[in-house]
Design a protein around this ligand. Structure first.
Ligand code: ADP
Length: 288
């Protein structure tokens, strides 16, 4: 990880994306996912590397799709940190550092922060984790541009990229329903999505994710979750981040996952396609 943080930093500042020797790596990924995809996930880490580290996964998806929710649940299940670059940006905004002023307008207009700044924030976060002995990660919200994907590609092996998908009208409603408890920091969603099936497509129901009564009076809305800004973020996603999906699709590393509904319906199906149901049951047994 030390090498990673050094390389990330130098790649972002020098523009170099020199690749480490990926082609020498063996074929089996660390954690289960569908055999077809596993076979196409080249290159995977060597046995030695696998034994020494945890999963290194990326979550892609439009604003509001639920990347944070599912990435955070999986990170708990797999015992790896969930690193969301949006959270890193919001922490920076909440600080009084010099970067904060620079970022506020960019974020509140729904624009992307520069690749250099975002790589710098991610590098800092990885260095801190390294000091604490963290290994592996689930990245959420990074990479968001092809340049960021190339920088990441140049410095480390990504085992799997999960692409979460939902129809656009639902995404907007979900973003507008998002709330955060200003005290405990947990995320909730007040939107109750109930879309009728059309033209042979099934309907979709997503129950709200309501806060406990203690959080109810402390809920806040993100400044960038207004209808206008959400639509701009979706436009920018289509412009800048769809090519990132294509980047990983071409490499055979992209696992497409159409969310079938809310968490109760989607979570077990996601575990199933990741071949993690057993892992989940083991954890539940251990916790019992
Ligand atoms: P979203 O709900 O749109 O997925 P995030 O919480 O991931 O939101 O990010 C919030 C904001 O932080 C983004 O709109 C963008 O301004 C900034 N940001 C987060 N990650 C990146 C990134 N990888 N590159 C550039 N900007 C980013």
């Amino acid at each position: 990880m030390a090498a990673l943080t050094r390389l990330l930093r130098s790649a972002a500042t020098s523009g170099s994306t020199a690749r480490i020797s990926l082609s020498t790596l063996a074929s089996e990924p660390k954690t289960g996912f569908p055999a077809g995809l596993a076979a196409r996930l080249a290159p995977a880490p060597t046995r030695k590397e696998r034994d020494e580290r945890n999963v290194q996964w990326v979550f892609l998806g439009c604003p509001g799709v639920g990347k944070g929710t599912y990435a955070s649940r999986l990170s708990q299940l797999l015992g790896v940190p969930h690193i969301a670059t949006g959270d890193l940006v919001r922490e920076e905004l909440a600080s009084t550092g010099p970067l904060s002023q620079k970022l506020v307008d960019i974020v509140n207009q729904g624009k992307l922060v520069s690749d250099e700044i975002i790589v710098e924030l991610l590098t800092k976060r990885l260095s801190k984790g390294e000091e604490k002995g963290e290994s592996g990660f689930i990245l959420d919200g990074f990479p968001r541009t092809v340049r960021q994907a190339e920088i990441l590609e140049g410095v480390m092996d990504i085992d799997l990229v999960v692409n979460l998908k939902l129809r656009e009208d639902v995404l907007v409603e979900k973003c507008l329903g998002r709330r955060i408890c200003s005290e405990c920091g947990k995320n909730f969603n007040l939107a109750r999505i109930n879309v009728e099936g059309q033209n042979g497509q099934p309907g979709m129901y997503m129950p709200p994710l309501l806060p406990p009564s203690g959080c109810m009076t402390k809920l806040i809305t993100r400044a960038d979750d207004t209808e206008e800004v959400v639509k701009e973020r979706l436009r920018i996603y289509n412009d800048m981040s769809l090519p990132v999906e294509e980047f990983y699709r071409r490499q055979g590393r992209l696992l497409e996952f159409d969310l079938p509904g809310g968490i109760p319906e989607s979570w077990p199906k996601l575990l199933q396609v990741l071949s993690l149901e057993e892992h989940h049951e083991d954890k539940q047994l251990a916790a019992a």
